[in-house]
Design a protein. Sequence first.
Length: 568
Amino acid sequence: MYQQLKEMTLPQQVEFLTRQLVGIDSVNGTAGEGAIADSLKEILQSFPYFIQNPNQVWEKKVPNDPYRKNIFALVKGKGSPTHTVIFHSHIDTVGIEDFGHLKQDAFNPDQIEQFFKTYELDKDVQRDANSGDWMFGRGSVDMKSGAAVHLANVLYFSEHAEELDGNILLMFNPDEESQHKGIISAIPELKRLKEEHGLEFISAINDDFITPLYENDPHRYIYTGAAGKILPSFYIYGREAHVGDTLSGVDPNFVAAELTRRIHNNLELSENIEGEMTLPPTCLQQRDTKKFYSVQTATSSYLYFNYFLFELSAKEVMDKLIAIATDACVDVEAHLSKQYEEFLKRTGLPGKKMSWHLEVTSLADFMKELVAQGIPAYEVAKKVQRENKEMEARELCFKIVEELQNWDPYKKPRVIIFFAPPYLPHNYLNQSNERDAEILKSVKETLVEMEQVTGETFALKKFFPYLADGSFLSLHESDEELSSLINNFPEWDSIYPVPVNEIRGLNIPSINVGVYGKDGHKWTERVYKPYTFHVLPIVIRTMAINLLKKKLSNPELSERQYEEPIRI
């Protein structure tokens, strides 16, 4: 590959590499994730620098996965042997079902472009296709072009190591579009590099895609952090009834509907951070557990929400949702009681003493309650997990909670709130921290310089508004906040073992300096070539050089001498 690249200009290199990578089907969860990792490794191994230093390109397989692997490459500069900036990108894509009859061309940018040149149903897409300034195809903007930009810059630095006052560590990760197994499994390797070879990670630069936030938006957005995410889940255990006697029951679907009404797209639950695009919680699933038709009401219901974390912790989210659920259940109880009284008034029946009370509890508190009754709650949870390892992760979490509820001798109607995967930490710069303040200053200085050089208009934001692997490089929660997360997450260590202590120990800020395009995750996905191929590589290159010049790491650690070369 190097023989083809060496005769090209930088924009030509990035476009060529993007086409090569888009042409590889690396849909999440398929063998293609392994194929693109192998291709990236081969490209890197063709660079003269890595021919001379073959141990500085390597792979780490994702545990218990037949295809996925992380690819690493290290370029050592002429300055500090420890200061290191990470370049990272994900290499998987979402599926291609949305391409419909064009699925066979989803990975062919030229064919898709030709189709859209005559596509009258979307004038914006048609205009872009005819301009020649956009590259189409699955993964073009999310984010094969990002991997191409990093590859081109690593090639540059491998031939101009004297410009680096430190090192560049390149990291390509699979499975960003699903469970983030790539970046999570890369954490131990970053920890090893830090402990065994003294690498000090100044910052990471991700180049996940950015997009206009409104019509004719002139800005190129740079994000100094990444939003987190949690999946608060509600197991609602009611009291079943025959359809001829439903007023005596507690329908979990009715409770679920009330919770959805109060939580779904509720902007009062969205963090209000000046200048940031923060999003409210969204219901992703609401269904009962009936398997077939019958005239009995449902016994229980499942409900979960996508909940973005910007500055809030999981503990704060749990506290908010317990309060909301408690209020909702009080209103449900009052409503059901009122309906029953009205029914008795209409029918003249004597009625009987009834209760529609629902208890609201966190999973952690419920398990403590069971243990206090002599029930082996923790052993029950482990047994369910052990016997259902192949079950979809969220379904497995609900099954564990359901089995715990089955052990309750009182069979009380209740709402049990817990967390299910995925969980992504929030990663952001804390300006009260000296290192973070210096990073922010360096980023701002770089953007001022780049505006003058390129004529682009940059806008600096705190949180990348979508989910990104950079979330897993730093963690801000206290021990108490982490305990609230983990203790309310069924079988955390087995179902979703995020190495929180290792992440907190690394504490690597991740700056997103992204490729620019439109319609990520849509069949009209496309990347804007003039910015992404011409401007962005220079912006990232300059930012990396400036960050390393700042010497932002721990001074005490920086003074250590490493006479032995780094061996991978």
